[in-house]
Design a protein around this ligand. Structure first.
Ligand code: PLP
Length: 405
């Protein structure tokens, strides 16, 4: 992979007409280290967030030995990067054949579920393979409520009464019982974890069975751009959020229970940016060579404002507009599809023009894995970059510097 000191160097040297991903292994290493230092339990990286081999390799080199996986392709990706790592199969609804593969070929002994039929599927394989159920921990996924950018309890999770019954059923068979929740993604309100812990404590009381582990899921927020004038407070820094959650874990009586977290976004968001080119500027719109069907769908569906920095093309002689004046530009994607328009504008200097480049920062999460070949476009060029994307100096980020802690 070609390597550059900064993304600007990459843009000026390559003058790319295709999107170029800037991977920052040093930033990824720093972010996983910071998370693990602040979290006292087991950190299982959520592979769906970004399962690229280059990402898994850095995490494995940093000593990450647990991964949250959801499919045979993810089992394989982790095996290739970290052969000895533990796989936690935390998808609540699995194909029978995938459960068999997980238990038989990958040695998986930790799974999640939210329904008795899933218990039956797992039990079928356990009986057929003659495994002692006591070797297996089944995590009951709890339904929770939150106001995350993505609210995932709409899809998964057992209500408290049902969860308690499931826990008793699982315990009765001889499996070890865990409790799990995942409050959503980009969860900016720490109360979401508080409420989920309250539910977990209630389910534990009601079930009255030994609890072998508590999995607090992912959802820890990464930092992105900000709409000018936005009133809501910034999400807390990861260390402060984890401190608060771990205090609440003890308050809710789980101080003696082994903890698991499944962070995704907060680990990998900062590790990538993408350099895109302005194919056309038309009034207050920019047409770029990436979009919703490329690497930017997370911003679209999650309504996440992305931090950007203009890299003007020095070959352009004549410009109009004030380079010091920041304006919102509607962002139209590369495909012919009329829904391929971002739900949030880019805040860019008024002087942005056709042929310029824009570096979009913090797009490591839910970008590469969600690219499609739609309309014949597929961004797939990578460079390595040393210097982090500097959020504080990004264009139009009317964001006050935050103090850590
Ligand atoms: C997607 C997912 C995660 C990771 O979520 P982030 O918001 O990226 O931290 C963790 N756990 C489960 C069960 C998930 O589905």
């Amino acid at each position: 992979m070609p390597r550059f000191p900064t993304a600007l160097d990459a843009a000026m040297r390559l003058r790319p007409d295709q999107p170029v991903y800037c991977f920052r292994p040093g930033v990824l290493a720093a972010d996983i280290r910071a998370f693990r230092a602040a979290f006292r339990g087991k950190t299982a990286y959520a592979v769906k967030t970004n399962g690229e081999p280059m990402v898994l390799a850095v995490l494995a080199a940093e000593g990450v030995d647990s991964f949250d996986v959801a499919s045979p392709a993810e089992f394989d990706a982790v095996r290739a990067a970290a052969p000895g790592a533990e796989l936690l199969y935390m998808h609540p609804v699995k194909a029978q054949s995938d459960i068999r593969l997980a238990l038989e070929s990958y040695g998986i002994r930790t799974l999640a579920l939210d329904h008795e039929d899933e218990v039956a599927k797992i039990l079928r394989v356990v009986r057929a393979m003659d495994i002692d159920p006591g070797e297996i921990t089944l995590y009951v996924r709890l339904a929770t409520k939150s106001e995350a950018a993505y609210e995932l309890s709409k899809k998964f999770g057992a209500a408290p009464g049902h969860a308690a019954e499931l826990a008793q059923r699982i315990d009765g068979i001889g499996f070890r019982v865990g409790l799990a929740f995942h409050v959503g993604s980009q969860v900016e309100d720490p109360d979401a974890y508080d409420q989920a812990l309250a539910i977990a404590a209630a389910v534990r009381r009601r079930a009255g069975v030994p609890i072998a582990g508590l999995d607090i899921g992912g959802g820890f927020p990464a930092r992105y751009g900000r709409e000018p004038g936005r009133k809501a407070p910034l999400p807390p820094p990861t260390e402060a959020l984890l401190d608060e959650i771990q205090r609440e874990v003890v308050e809710f009586g789980f101080g003696d229970v082994p903890l698991i977290a499944e962070p995704g976004r907060v680990i990998v968001a900062r590790a990538f940016s993408v350099i895109v080119r302005v194919l056309l500027k038309k009034g207050q719109r920019v047409y770029i060579n990436d979009g919703v069907w490329g690497s930017l769908s997370d911003s679209w569906t999650g309504k996440i404002p992305l931090p950007v920095r203009l890299m003007p093309d020095p070959a352009r002689r004549r410009r109009t507009g004030n380079p010091a004046k920041i304006e919102p530009f509607r962002v139209c994607g590369a495909t012919c599809d009329s829904v391929d328009i971002l739900s949030r504008p880019f805040y860019l200097p008024e002087s942005v023009d056709t042929g310029d480049w824009i570096e979009i920062g913090h797009i490591g999460a839910y970008s590469l894995g969600l690219r499609t070949h739609f309309n014949g476009f597929y961004p797939d060029t990578f460079v390595e970059v040393d210097e982090a994307f500097d959020l504080e100096t990004a264009d139009g980020l009317a964001e006050p510097a935050v103090s850590a802690g």
